[in-house]
Design a binder for this molecule. Structure first.
Ligand code: MLT
Length: 404
């Protein structure tokens, strides 16, 4: 008789954004006359930039002719895209990352969930609290997190690094030594950032204790301040301790197109085994590559026209972020984030829990956000709003919340 992977049974509830989706759909079905504004999941709303559409059309035409047709993509992804990434995301920032250290994928969510597979089940993970739920859930599925305590909403074998107002929503080095450290900056969900000097401390720490940092830089395009690092490889020594995850979802609107990449430097080793070779083995075995059309779309992100158009798109969303941040601050809410990130983190008012505030906003003003508790116990009294809506809806949502 077959048996289940019982680790799945330990997972409390469904995936955060599925739970929210179900609640909102049920409310919408019961109240079809209401205009619900969705600022919950960080899903983009602006159309793909013209340079990207043009590249996709051209690639579609190529696929329609025998001479230019493409079948399976190369294991790591097409060289034209990896070269563009190495040049624009790394070399131009003084980071040493070679094109053959870049693995193209269908997005950072999959990579952030899959990367734990190349590590021993005995490894101890450290996560920020609150945190993007995929990092923890994927380690639960792998049996790495111990037992779940319903009271504290924590796992016995996970090191939690609270990111709270008192520490500026920046994690402190943990007292217990981890093997894998998940960091995400600019942060999802708090929208906080850390400086290059702060990130350097993490890199030095990881090299000292022999840990690997899994660095999620999905929101780097939203960085506005000078001292905030765009890549962990801006720090000295990162090549021997860090893997970086990147996405095209937020900087180029690819949430429905699907494209991302992971950097595994060849200097990152356990004894004399390079993690690069393990990830390459996994990639080659379990993945057949992002579609040619999509990789051509990714290449267009780095064209001159693409860069200019996407700069405008990011500015559009950041105008929303500033509107939410300033509008709610003026209305007396305690708010942060929204300066180098498309997320605003606000304290639920009047001592409400985050789920109480979620229900209250949905029912009273028909605005959807994400309850902080869904990201971890330190999010219990917080709430996340995304800047990825349309400007008109963002203005309307802020006005509705202001008047509650
Ligand atoms: C979020 O809302 O946290 C993200 O959009 C989810 C994701 O990127 O998978």
């Amino acid at each position: 008789m077959f048996q289940l992977n019982e680790n799945y049974l330990k997972l409390p509830g469904s995936y955060l954004f599925s739970t929210i989706g179900k609640k909102v759909n049920a409310y919408a079905a019961a109240h079809p006359e209401k205009k619900i504004i969705r600022l919950g999941i960080g899903d983009v709303t602006q159309p793909l930039a013209p340079a990207i559409i043009e590249a996709m059309h051209k690639a579609v035409d190529e696929m329609g002719k025998a001479e230019t047709f493409h079948g399976y993509a190369p294991d790591l992804g097409y060289e034209f895209l990896r070269n563009a990434i190495a040049e624009n995301d790394y070399k131009s920032r003084g980071c040493e990352v070679a094109a053959d250290e870049i693995f193209i994928s269908d997005g950072a969510k999959c990579d952030s969930g899959n990367i734990q597979e190349i590590f021993s089940r005995d490894n101890k993970i450290a996560v920020c609290d609150p945190v993007y739920p995929v990092y923890v859930d994927s380690n639960v599925m792998a049996g790495r997190t111990g037992t779940y305590d319903k009271e504290t909403e924590t796992w016995s074998d996970v090191i939690y690094m609270p990111c709270v107002a008192e520490n500026g929503f920046a994690p402190e080095l943990p007292k217990q030594t981890p093997d894998l450290i998940y960091l995400c900056f600019p942060n999802n969900p708090t929208g906080a950032t850390i400086t290059k000097a702060q990130l350097q401390e993490w890199v030095d720490y990881a090299n000292k204790v022999g840990a690997v940092i899994i660095y999620d830089a999905a929101y780097e395009a939203y960085i506005a301040e000078a001292d905030v690092p765009h890549s962990i490889y801006e720090c000295e020594g990162a090549r021997t301790c860090a893997i970086e995850l990147r996405s095209f979802s937020k900087n180029a609107g690819f949430t429905g197109v699907r494209l991302g990449f992971t950097v595994v430097p060849k200097d990152l080793k356990c004894g004399d085994v390079a993690l690069h070779s393990l990830w390459a083995r996994r990639h080659g075995t379990k993945y057949n590559g992002a579609p040619y059309i999509v990789q051509r779309a990714g290449e267009a992100v780095y064209s001159e026209a693409g860069k200019a158009q996407l700069k405008e798109q990011v500015a559009y969303y950041m105008k929303n972020a500033h509107y939410i941040l300033n509008g709610l601050r003026d209305a007396g809410f305690t708010v942060s984030g929204g300066v180098n990130a498309p997320y605003i983190w606000l304290k639920a008012p009047n001592g409400m829990t985050s789920w109480e505030f979620f229900d209250y906003l949905l029912e009273k003003v028909n605005v959807v956000g994400t309850p902080g508790a869904g990201f971890g116990p330190s999010g219990e009294t917080y709430f996340r709003l995304t800047a990825f809506g349309s400007y008109e809806n963002t203005v309307e949502a802020v006005d509705r919340i202001r008047h509650i």
